[in-house]
Design a protein. Structure first.
Length: 198
């Protein structure tokens, strides 16, 4: 999966740093910058061109109110609002919404969902073909959170065979973490987001 970049625009130091700390748990994600001054938002977005802007709506500068149209379309930027007022989501046509009281799991799920939608068309088809149908089946089970033993039992193969397939999958795709493999499986329709949440 391509490396994704995120900007966080929030006046509260505690919230900015807390959110950065949570997002560092994601694979292939770089927090480019933390913005604490609303006057810097437009210039920083235009200069850095991140994949995602997480912003408190109060940080939207008055001369940049049409941020969605001006920047989102030009740079294919996804907008996630950080607020305690969910109604603002529709007003700004945001791609996602983080409430101040959301748990870490909810925040990470939301970011992965936005990234999955964003990168769906960017993953070259040749990657999907580099793994065999048997490996796809193993990958599906890995993404669903099964252990090597559980996969072996379900597919009636040895644990050694599962481990070998698993090594081949990570080598071919260049993805080592289970969360990265899960996102890959979702992007290639091997599993759905609903399967992961169960």
């Amino acid at each position: 999966m391509p490396r994704s970049t995120i900007l966080i625009a929030e006046s509260s130091c505690l919230i900015r740093r807390g959110l950065r700390s949570i997002l560092q748990n994601l694979e292939n994600v770089e927090i480019m910058q933390l913005i604490d001054d609303k006057e810097d938002v437009c210039a920083t977005v235009n200069n850095k061109k991140p994949d995602i802007l997480i912003i408190n709506p109060k940080m939207m500068p008055s001369d940049c109110i049409n941020l969605k149209k001006e920047f989102m379309n030009a740079h294919k930027l996804s907008l996630i609002l950080l607020s305690d007022q969910e109604k603002l989501r529709d007003q700004f046509k945001a791609d996602g919404y983080i409430h101040y009281q959301d748990k870490q799991e909810q925040i990470l799920d939301l970011i992965q969902e936005v990234l999955a939608k964003k990168h769906k068309n960017k993953i070259p088809d040749k990657n999907a073909e580099t793994i065999s149908s048997r490996e796809k089946n193993i990958l599906k089970h890995i993404a669903l959170g099964l252990t090597n033993k559980e996969i072996a039992d379900q597919l009636y193969i040895s644990i050694h065979t599962v481990v070998t397939h698993r090594k081949n999958i990570t080598q071919k795709l260049g993805i080592k973490s289970v969360s990265g493999l899960t996102v890959y499986a979702i992007l290639h329709n091997l599993i759905s987001m609903d399967d992961v949440k169960q």
